[in-house]
Design a binder for this molecule. Structure first.
Ligand code: GCU
Length: 689
């Protein structure tokens, strides 16, 4: 049964009579207006018809012309019907993806225009219009013009063809099972619904397979599997989404019969040029290749004494004739480190590898940079590589799937974290040089840029396992379109769309979401140090789990102090990779923000934080308080019993209860570890084991 959980933000719940009365006069008829072929108008109209039908109880008619009665006109600004709706300058400013929503209310001319310069713009406009109704906004006097801030707004799936998902917490892949593509009509329908969910929040690019490309997936770029890739691409194309494939850098050897994958070898170049040609033969609007190379045992140009620019440029050259893009990931570090070696700092790695190559990449290469210098921890500083390169396109990579943030068993709403990242001032060109502007390319006038994030969805009926984790996906999409939206705005939208307008319900859910990241942070690893999880699967507390391993993720806790000295003066020098203002702020414990103190400094347990507490007391307090707050989440949700449907109520309740119990486990493991290490008692004499 397809319920509200499956429909997610396209649930289109029936509106209250008052609201319906306000909207209905504009929504009785839809007129399609375009001057040429405009394939994306069909899904726009279909969505409007279905959405309005469900919300207003009556499907709009399809009409030929606006006739002064009040209707919706959906289309492109060059059509006869939409003449004059936007002037030339306004239209030009919309670019290829923007739109206007405009109420025209003149004698003989009464309609709401949902219009772009392109049909793609109109499609995004249609979703925006539907969102206005879903969130109860007025429509009688619309004057909205919007366009996305990032050109590329991408989702990376870490799906394997056996159906498993690397770091997936919501069932199996929606693309693959047992080595093949899922191609039954029902699977197609689900994929199409997924494309709708993506387009509804403005996403326009998808990589369907894991960046760790294993044996079968290496063949995705061959004529054997490209016909199936093409069928998946057809589904996404209908919603304006371009499909990308993750590739294996060693493909020329593994499937090409060559003896090398050296990016400067003419035969290797020719081989990749042929693969690109094949890909575009099957998928004319193929997006390009996504590459994890020389990273965590993946092959790459280093084997041949070449650098990342050689590797990325070779692929970009192959894709260039077709308008394709090579997305090259910067998650490159020494993953065979000796924990005794204090000179190597994993945090430095991405910048050290890529910064010297700035200016060497072709224009159709984009470097994909994780938000932090380590790996999607609950708290990290922003990577200094973001805004660190002026002559190179960037994509900011986030992780929606909650690998290190509770694996969708814990509630951890990440939009507030992402907002801090996007708003971070890199000072690359002085004040106001935000990470968001660096990523979109606005800061340095780059031709390409945007955002990518690892998906949190799978075959679970509600897509995300934890129902409330849908908000993370939704929020990611909204932020890639408008990074300036506030967490509060996005949360309010999502809560209303998903749960209606009862102020108690909405208020409670919003509070729960907005506090959840800080709650999760407070009962897990303290003050920016990260890790302290079980190795391998990364769930649950294990303070020394990674302390003596090869991965470069250490906390250096002894009986006197804890933290990593990353200062220029006495440490690894990582703090010096930032531009002047943040570099100075992080260099000194006095100016370093509390929440990142242990990321940048090794301090004694009695070091006093800006909050006035000592580090050790902060650890105790935050773990006791965080666990209490996790229990309060359960109580808050229970207060909504009977106010939301049972299915969604029960499924969330289960997870919140599990979270509360598991938070107590975190609290006890962490507090006990530090109590035993330090022998310093809790000032409040609470139970520590
Ligand atoms: C993390 C994650 C891996 C993933 C890697 C990556 O290390 O645990 O599963 O492959 O990031 O981003 O490439």
């Amino acid at each position: 049964a397809v319920g509200d959980a499956y429909r997610a933000w396209l649930r289109y719940a029936p509106l209250l009579p008052d609201q319906a009365k306000e909207y209905a006069p504009w929504c009785g008829k839809i007129v399609v207006a375009s001057s040429g072929t405009a394939p994306l108008l069909a899904p726009a109209v279909e969505e409007l018809a279905a959405g309005l039908g469900s919300m207003l109880g009556r499907e709009p008619r399809r009409g030929q012309a606006a006739d002064g009665e009040g209707c919706l006109v959906v289309g492109t600004l060059d059509s006869a019907e939409l003449q004059g709706v936007a002037d030339d300058a306004e239209a030009k400013a919309l670019g290829d993806e923007g739109y206007v929503l405009r109420t025209v209310d003149e004698p003989g001319r009464r309609f709401i225009a949902i219009a772009g310069r392109t049909d793609r713009g109109a499609l995004y406009g249609a979703f925006h219009f539907l969102r206005l109704l879903q969130t109860g906004r007025p429509i009688a006097d619309l004057r909205i013009a919007e366009k996305p801030s990032g050109k590329i707004r991408m989702i990376d799936h870490w799906d394997n063809m056996d159906g498993s998902i690397e770091r997936g917490y919501a069932g199996e892949s929606v693309f693959f099972r047992e080595g093949r593509f899922l191609e039954d009509p029902e699977d197609r329908k689900r994929l199409r619904d997924y494309a709708r969910l993506m387009a509804a929040v403005g996403l326009n690019a998808v990589a369907i397979n894991n960046v760790n490309v294993h044996e079968i997936e290496t063949k995705l770029i061959t004529p054997e599997l490209l016909p199936s890739v093409a069928k998946a691409a057809d589904v996404f194309r209908e919603y304006g989404i371009r499909l990308y494939l993750s590739i294996n850098f060693a493909s020329p050897i593994e499937i090409g019969g060559l003896s090398t994958a050296d990016p400067l070898d003419p035969e290797v170049k020719r081989w990749w040029a042929e693969r690109a040609a094949d890909a575009y033969r099957h998928v004319p609007d193929f997006g390009g290749f996504l590459v994890k190379a020389d990273s965590e045992f993946r092959p790459g140009p280093f084997t041949y004494g070449r650098d990342h620019a050689d590797g990325a440029n070779m692929l970009a050259e192959a894709l260039e004739p077709y308008g394709g893009i090579a997305i090259w990931r910067c998650f490159v570090y020494d993953c065979l480190q000796d924990w005794r070696d204090r000179t190597t700092d994993r945090a430095r790695a991405a910048y050290d590898h890529f910064r010297p190559l700035d200016g060497k990449f072709r224009d159709n290469v984009i470097l994909q940079i994780k938000n932090g210098p380590m790996d999607f921890q609950v708290r990290e500083p922003v990577s200094p590589l973001i805004g660190g390169m002026r002559h190179t396109n960037q994509l900011l990579e986030l992780q929606i799937t909650q690998e290190y943030t509770g694996q969708q068993r814990h509630l951890c709403y990440l939009v507030p974290q992402w907002k801090e990242i996007l708003d971070f001032d890199t000072h690359a060109l002085g004040e106001g040089s935000t990470a968001a502007k660096a990523a979109t390319g606005e800061l340095f006038g780059r031709p390409l840029g945007g955002f990518a994030a690892v998906a949190n969805i799978g075959s679970d009926l509600n897509w995300t396992g934890h129902l409330l984790a849908q908000a993370n996906y939704y929020g990611y999409g909204r932020l890639t379109w408008s990074p300036e939206l506030t967490s509060e705005q996005i949360t309010d939208e999502w809560a209303r769309i998903s749960f209606g307008h009862d102020p108690v319900v909405i208020g409670t859910i919003k509070r729960m979401l907005l506090e959840s990241w800080s709650i999760y942070e407070s009962y897990t690893s303290p003050l920016g140090i990260g890790w302290m999880v079980n190795p391998g699967h990364h769930y649950g507390p294990n303070v020394d789990g990674y302390e003596y391993s090869k991965w470069g993720t250490y906390h250096f806790a002894d009986s006197k102090g804890i933290g990593v000295d990353r200062t220029v003066a006495t440490g690894t020098g990582f703090a010096g990779q930032y531009h002047d203002v943040p570099a100075a702020r992080y260099e000194l414990p006095e100016s370093c923000p509390d929440e990142l103190l242990l990321f940048f400094h090794h301090v004694p347990y009695r070091h006093r934080l800006k909050s006035g507490k000592t580090v050790i007391q902060h650890i105790y307090d935050s773990h006791f308080e965080g666990t209490e707050k996790a229990e309060e989440l359960v109580k808050a949700w229970r207060s909504l019993e009977g106010k939301i449907d049972e299915e969604r109520y029960e499924s969330v309740l289960d997870r919140l209860q599990l979270q509360a119990a598991h938070a107590a486990e975190w609290r006890d493991v962490i507090n006990t570890y530090f109590y035993r290490k330090t022998g310093i008692p809790d000032e409040h004499d609470r139970k520590i084991y």
